[in-house]
Design a protein. Structure first.
Ligand SMILES: [Zn+2]
Length: 422
């Protein structure tokens, strides 16, 4: 039994200062103090207690690139970041694009007992952008989220056939990395004043906007569920806002780094700040912040993308794209976007992503009978990220002071991470 006292508890009808009792994998009471012989007592005054965080976008690099990350190190990083469920992107080597690769990935995920690893599958065979992936076999194995993350589906006709197929599989979601390669070219950072001054090839925001517009048009025709990954431009936000106003089921996510930083951070050409989509301009960032507050963007997702130190220790233009994010997400989001409002913080970091992924044991308010997947988060604690549980250390937030810290994570009733408790 675990008893958490005095926390600020996220309940269905508001925030309560109460005592939460966990027995086995379930919350058994909220509000009444039990006779607690042998219980573990945690006094959590001033600390937020809510459903464990859910990340729709994680690269575990396993199989194929386990020098960057593997299922074990990635799940420890997730627990340290307050996550109780993560969606593993399918761009492993080989990719998850059919029944046998999905079954193998799901078996590896099931062996982990610190976080739910939800396996996503590709949209196209081999992630090559030519033929549809093996949807029936993946769906049969339990896959619901499909993405060619790293690339958009290159042709509108193929995407249309994919949506026509997936709309008939209940719960299936087409998740798109929105980037038109013919526009993006070989850009290394956002195309704007900063790239011009630095003389670095730029990646225009319209490369994202045209794919978002195309996908919304096709999803509207087909009636498929569309999820836009790592939204980064103000124009994408407008397109999504309009689609939702028209009643479409378009959901989206934004990363903590796109909320916290803009391209002015790139003056020093730190390779750890190189990611796709790139950090955009200040106006894009403020549009993203408004959209995550008002709910046009549903979810925070990290796009946790580990690269080994030696791979990032090269000039900016040669560095691989991507940044780790699991262990700093909650703090970066609280510091730069959602730190004042416990309800909205958990909506965007747990409840909405759990709903998009169709996860019944995640993203639930704390009531008797709710699953004990929880995070204790101190919104006022200041700290400076330094080293990480991830195998890779390519964080855009290393050395930067953040406000808000995960103190403990509870997965299925067991403490999966314990930091400096209270
Ligand atoms: Zn992506």
């Amino acid at each position: 039994m675990i008893v958490i006292r005095n926390a600020s508890v996220l309940r269905a009808d508001g925030i309560d200062q109460s005592t939460v009792v966990i027995e086995g994998d379930t919350i058994t009471s909220v509000g009444t103090e039990p006779v607690s012989n042998g219980a573990r007592l945690i006094d959590a005054k001033g600390v937020w207690l809510g459903p464990g965080l859910v990340d729709l976008h994680v690269h575990l690099r396993d199989p194929g690139q386990t020098w960057k990350e593997d299922v074990g190190s990635g799940s420890r990083a997730a627990a340290a970041g307050g996550f109780t469920a993560i969606v593993a992107m399918p761009n492993t080597v080989p990719p998850v694009d059919g029944g046998s690769s999905a079954v193998a990935a799901i078996e590896r995920a099931r062996a982990v007992d610190t976080v739910d690893i939800v396996v996503a599958g590709t949209l196209t065979e081999g992630r090559a952008g030519k033929e549809m992936a093996g949807f029936d076999a993946m769906y049969e194995a339990g896959v619901r989220i499909f993405s060619d993350d790293g690339d958009a589906v290159p042709e509108a006709g193929l995407l249309r056939r994919i949506m026509a197929y997936l709309r008939d599989l209940p719960g299936a979601v087409v998740a798109e990395h929105a980037e038109d390669r013919s526009i993006a070219g070989e850009g290394h950072m956002h195309e704007g004043m900063v790239s011009a001054r630095l003389g670095i090839a730029g990646l225009p925001g319209v490369a994202e906007d045209v794919i978002v517009a195309r996908d919304i048009a096709i999803a509207a025709e087909m009636g498929a569920a569309l999820h836009i990954q790592h939204v980064s431009t103000a124009r994408s936000v407008e397109l999504i806002r309009d689609a939702r106003a028209a009643g479409m089921s378009v959901t989206s996510e934004v990363t903590p780094h796109h909320l916290a930083l803009d391209d002015s951070a790139l003056e020093g050409l730190d390779p750890n700040l190189k990611m796709y989509p790139p950090l955009r301009g200040a106006e894009d960032r403020s549009a993203l912040r408004s959209a995550i507050r008002d709910g046009v963007i549903d979810a925070i997702a990290t796009d946790h993308a580990p690269h080994a130190p030696s791979e990032k220790a090269v000039p900016f233009e040669e560095a691989p794209r991507g940044a780790i994010g699991l262990e700093t997400a909650a703090a970066a989001v609280a510091s730069h976007a959602l730190g004042e409002d416990q309800r909205i913080f958990f909506e965007r970091m747990s409840i909405s992503p759990a709903r998009i992924a169709g996860l019944e044991r995640q993203g639930r308010e704390l009531e008797p009978g709710s699953p004990a997947n929880l995070v204790l988060f101190d919104p006022a604690r200041r700290w400076v990220p330094g080293s990480f549980a991830s195998k890779s250390q390519n964080s855009p937030f290393a050395g930067m002071e953040l406000t808000g810290r995960v103190l403990a994570t509870i997965y299925e009733g067991r403490v999966s991470y314990e930091g400096e408790l209270i």
